[in-house]
Design a protein around this ligand. Structure first.
Ligand SMILES: NC(=[NH2+])NCCC[C@H](N)C(=O)O
Ligand SMILES: [Mn+2]
Ligand SMILES: [Mn+2]
Length: 301
């Protein structure tokens, strides 16, 4: 990253993609933890677009059904899509703050149209590859990666007016340890690369990241990092709505971000699922902004 590179920040206080309240406060928690100041100290020009407005109707549509809050999620996704489109045209590095992981539908919709062959690193305990048919919960935050592949409800896959956004061979999932049956079938059928916790335990984070970086560097013209804080073990990042034990450590996650910084591969990023109500003294937001700093080139010496 050269000096005075521009970072464009967009907050998405979205909690409609799942049922636990509090994740809408994620963008505030990361700002409160010192995100903007930190990036400025790191030498970046920071343009903060503020938060997208979310209209939370008291009785959202599709409440107990297979796509909870569908209409609201569509509205927010379209808005995020056009904000990111604009940020990229103004040559900023898009940094999106969640909000639950359903925001990735809008962010990747806004980003992918600027690339011929966008790669995606999905750093997550989950695969988020469900559709309404396979979802055990009806929560849209468990579906965004499938939607970005063009699988799922038409109104979601068509955000931004085009579909699909990403090819299955350009996706790498890292840190997965909770995968539903339908997701497992899709991973096999589409040949999606997944470095589960097994591969990370067995080969180590360095080998996993090096392979991911080499692979994506050869075949993509931009890579979006979608970082779900629940990839990290809840010991280090307790403030998430769907925690799964046995996750990536704090150190391994920093290492992963440092290797990505060194590779200069990442062209946009989002940090999602930070839920300060479930957190312990804003620890998860603190961890998130430290990881942002590492991703954007901060070094210990
Ligand atoms: N972004 C997340 N935290 N996703 C969790 C998804 C959990 C589960 N697989 C579901 O579909 O409901
Ligand atoms: Mn997750
Ligand atoms: Mn996720």
């Amino acid at each position: 990253m050269g000096e005075q590179k521009k970072i464009s920040i967009v907050g998405v206080p979205m909690d409609l993609g799942q049922i636990r309240r509090g994740v809408d406060m994620g963008p505030s928690a990361m700002r409160y933890a010192g995100l903007i100041e930190g990036l400025k100290n790191q030498g970046f020009q920071v343009v903060d677009y503020g938060d997208i407005t979310i209209h939370r109707s008291t009785n959202g549509t599709n409440q107990e059904q297979k796509l909870r809050n569908l209409q609201e999620v569509i509205k927010v996704s379209e808005q995020l899509c056009s904000e990111l489109d604009e940020a990229i045209q103004k040559r900023g590095f898009p940094l999106v703050l969640g909000g639950d992981h359903s925001i990735s539908i809008g962010s990747i919709a806004g980003i992918a149209k600027h690339y011929k062959n966008l790669g995606v690193i999905w750093y997550d305990a989950h695969a988020d590859l469900n559709t309404a048919e396979t979802s055990p919960s009806g929560n849209i935050h468990g579906m965004p990666l499938a939607i970005n592949l063009g699988l799922g409800h038409k109104l979601l896959t068509n955000i931004g007016g085009y579909s699909p956004k990403v090819k299955p061979e350009n996706i790498i999932i890292i840190g997965a340890r909770s995968i539903d049956d339908g997701e497992r079938r899709l991973i096999k059928e589409k040949g999606i690369t997944v470095f589960t916790m097994h591969e990370i335990d067995r080969r180590g984070m360095t080998a996993v990241m090096e392979e991911a970086i080499d692979y994506l560097a050869k075949r993509t013209d931009g890579v979006h990092l979608s970082f779900d804080l629940d990839a990290i073990d809840p010991i280090y990042a307790p403030g998430v709505g769907t925690p799964v034990f046995g996750g990536v450590t704090y150190r391994e996650s920093h290492l992963a971000m440092e290797l990505l910084a060194e590779s200069e591969l990442i062209t946009s990023a989002e940090f999602v699922e930070v839920n300060p109500i479930l957190d312990d003294k804003n620890t998860t937001a603190d961890v998130a902004i430290e990881l942002v700093a590492s991703l954007l080139g901060k070094q210990l010496l």
